[in-house]
Design a protein around this ligand. Structure first.
Ligand SMILES: [Zn+2]
Length: 494
């Protein structure tokens, strides 16, 4: 099979070609049309599905752009306002119609005639949505969307002052790789003090989120938000029990492995005890890897790398570049993190990240690039519902790309010794991320099954779970307080 990265924006057949999402009044007629349309044959039903899918794509692309603009510039009031208008004034009207249309599909007498190998999962997902829907949750979900954005705004503002210059926290993390231990410690303290400064506002915000999330779960007939979320995330194939077994396995097998990695690190750095600010450090006389200088260079080298893995992969990134679908460099006012945002009509997705010139940034770019290829490959699928893979499947594409691309990293590291270091770091990262995953996951299970907890109880539980999975050969002497700053980081990620 040959693949073509030169995908075109989809033609519209149902929604008017000039239609732009601005308010509910101009959007509603499309929903009314779908609701009232008579379906008298299997062919009618297939066409109805296509038209509904097109409408979903138009809405989805518009909302994705609103989110992209907002995360690229969290200080722009207009972008925030545009997103708020969608969440508060448009989406609450869409949801009841979505429920009506879901029921119309399931109740259609022609449903049985649809080919089950193509439509079975779609039907299952629609039934799941019907199960989760509750009128009372509509305003709560709108509020939740707005509140979730405030996290990005609070953390996007964080910066620290080092050696006479301001740095975002992502940029500052670069200093933690330096061989100068005193500098590392100074930067570590500054970053974590800065995080702790917003601890109260983040805790308050999370309290609000928690209570709304819990209410949503109760309204939908679930015992707690964890169980609700399992259903919403379409985790049909595994349950809480498997998650708990996974946590145990990580504790038993992965944490000791990470301890071994840290032991090697400690010897390499010739230290008696390893502090949290030593983990990413380079030994004396060795500089941190510098795979690229700026976003432009990161992109050029990524295109070369992807092209060597497969020309089609390189073409996908080129196409995205042609369309200006990258915002790669870290700067103040940008939301933290990185993502690949699929754009349902355009087909070519958008990659957002906070690159500061590190080896980790290369990995992030490979990762998001893996998501991007997945988006390109799914674009040709007929219905938007066919493209809704669960996150487990999404991460398979991205994490595989991190590893697939490793053999071509000589583009970033022409020096063979440096290449070896970069590969080793990546393989170590693949292992050392497990305890963190277990920490976050177990903490979430606790948060949502104990909805009435106090901030103090939350902090204590965080510290207990953190210690349960963390490698034991890290010395927290005089630094215990900073374990709390990770909680702020943890609750921002969900
Ligand atoms: Zn990912």
């Amino acid at each position: 099979m040959t693949y073509n990265a030169d995908i075109q924006k989809k033609d519209r057949n149902f929604v008017h070609k000039d239609f732009q999402l601005s308010d509910w009044n101009t959007l509603e007629p499309y929903f009314v049309q779908l609701k009232n349309r008579e379906i008298t044959s299997k062919e009618n039903l297939v066409q109805w599905l296509k038209d509904y899918s097109e409408l979903q794509e138009v809405i989805s692309e518009d909302v994705c752009w609103k989110q992209i603009r907002m995360t690229c510039d969290t200080e722009n009031k207009q972008y925030e306002e545009d997103y708020t208008v969608f969440c508060m004034e448009i989406e609450p009207h869409i949801k009841p119609y979505a429920d009506i249309l879901n029921k119309k599909l399931i109740q259609s007498e022609h449903l049985k005639q649809l080919d089950s190998s193509t439509y079975a999962l779609l039907i299952k997902n629609v039934e799941n949505e019907i199960l989760l829907f509750n009128e009372k949750n509509i305003p709560l979900q709108a509020e939740l969307n707005i509140l979730s954005q405030q996290y990005g705004t609070i953390t996007g503002k964080m910066s620290v002052h080092i050696e006479g210059k301001d740095y975002t926290l992502q940029q500052a993390a670069k200093f933690l790789m330096q061989s100068n231990r005193a500098l590392r410690k100074e930067v570590y303290l500054k970053i974590n003090e800065r995080r702790l400064k917003d601890k109260d506002s983040l805790n308050k915000l999370f309290d609000k989120l928690l209570s709304i999330r819990n209410q949503i779960a109760l309204n939908a007939g679930f015992e707690n938000y964890r169980d609700y979320k399992f259903q919403e995330l379409r985790r049909y194939d595994y349950s809480v029990k498997e998650c708990e077994a996974f946590h145990l396995a990580i504790k038993k097998y992965m944490t000791p492995l990470v301890e071994k990695i840290y032991e090697l690190k400690k010897n390499q750095l010739q230290l008696n005890t390893l502090a949290p600010y030593d983990i990413d450090a380079e030994p004396e006389g060795q500089n941190p890897l510098e795979p690229f200088e700026n976003g432009k260079e990161l992109l050029e080298k990524s295109i070369q790398t992807f092209t060597q893995v497969r020309p089609f992969f390189g073409d996908c990134l080129k196409k995205m570049n042609e369309l200006n679908h990258f915002d790669l460099e870290s700067r103040k006012g940008k939301a933290p993190g990185g993502y690949n945002c699929p754009l349902a009509e355009s087909g070519a997705p958008f990659i957002f990240m906070n690159a500061a010139g590190t080896a980790d940034d290369v990995v992030t770019m490979m990762h998001e690039g893996g998501h991007a290829i997945h988006s390109f490959l799914c674009h040709q699928l007929e219905l938007s519902a066919f493209k809704e893979y669960p996150m487990e499947m999404a991460e398979l594409a991205s994490m595989s790309m991190e590893l697939f691309s490793m053999d071509m990293w000589n583009i970033f590291y022409p020096d063979s010794q440096k290449l070896k270091r970069a590969k080793l770091e990546e393989l170590e990262r693949v292992l050392s991320i497990f305890p963190w995953i277990a920490t976050i996951d177990k903490f979430q299970h606790w948060l949502y099954t104990h909805p009435n907890h106090s901030i103090e109880e939350r902090t204590n539980e965080w510290l207990t779970i953190y210690d349960e999975f963390a490698p034991k050969n890290i010395s927290w002497e005089n630094l215990e307080n900073y374990k709390r700053s990770f909680m702020a980081k943890a609750i921002t990620s969900f």
